[in-house]
Write a protein that binds this ligand. Sequence first.
Ligand code: GYE
Length: 307
Amino acid sequence: AAVAGLLPASVLAQKKLVLGFAQVGAESEWRTANTESIKSAAKDAGIELKFSDAQQKQENQIKAIRSYIAQKVDVIAFSPVVESGWDTVLREAKAAKIPVVLTDRAVNSKDDTLYVTFMGSDFVEEGRKAGRWLVEKMKDQKGDVNIVELQGTVGSAPAIDRKKGFEEIIKADPKFKIIRSQTGDFTRAKGKEVMEAFLKAEGKKINVLFAHNDDMAIGAIQAIEEAGLKPAKDITIISIDGVKGAFEAMIAGKLNVTVECSPLLGPQLMNAVKDIKAGKTLPKRIVTEEGIFPMEVAAKEFPSRKY
Ligand code: GYE
């Protein structure tokens, strides 16, 4: 305050808002696009961004949040790698009177006063969309439909919710059977590795792959080809995100469908930061709207894809 007294009002008015953002990592094309969206939106909004990458580790995110509290940033935002275990650090932020915004992934804390708002996709609905597409595609199939599932990061909101939404839809018909389900941690490398193991164990029994994100599907496509099978033909492949890599795979005839999940949360987040500092009340939940893209429309849609 002593220093502020020495500054002219015009300079004070321009004092930049500071946002501390604790990112999950750089595990996927989705995440890279999300980071890019946040960085460029901060720049456009004239907000000073402190950014950290937790390499998919909760302890790193907690450290980053604590350092933002110590630096007294105006707002903290983060995309929680897993759902649980945040109450202590969120209480610390609250005690320091620093508002917190959750972006992309949710926490399962019972105390919703620990954050201002949660903006991001409805992951359960994404899982349902994947399930509905499959039910329609296989409606004339008489025998069992054997599904293998590549789950996202264990304990993360998108992995939990996408599984839940997908199962909710397919359980209506007992012919749909999830015969293997394992995490591929949302990465291409792990997606490939786990798919190799699935193929080794189940071979030609596998009819469908449901991957919780495009990157794991893209890794799995490689494994399927290396096993001498045709992706999207011998094995129907469904994934989520709608990144460019998925559109390329669909155009090449190797992926059947992707459910959209938009990572372009940057502009919305910067608006929220400004609104919070202006004393406005935000809705507790801001849901991203999104669609679904089967391979038949991939070539037409590709030029207008932004991530
Ligand atoms: O689907 C995946 C990323 O949290 C929605 O995280 C996000 C997910 C996205 O690694 O590709």
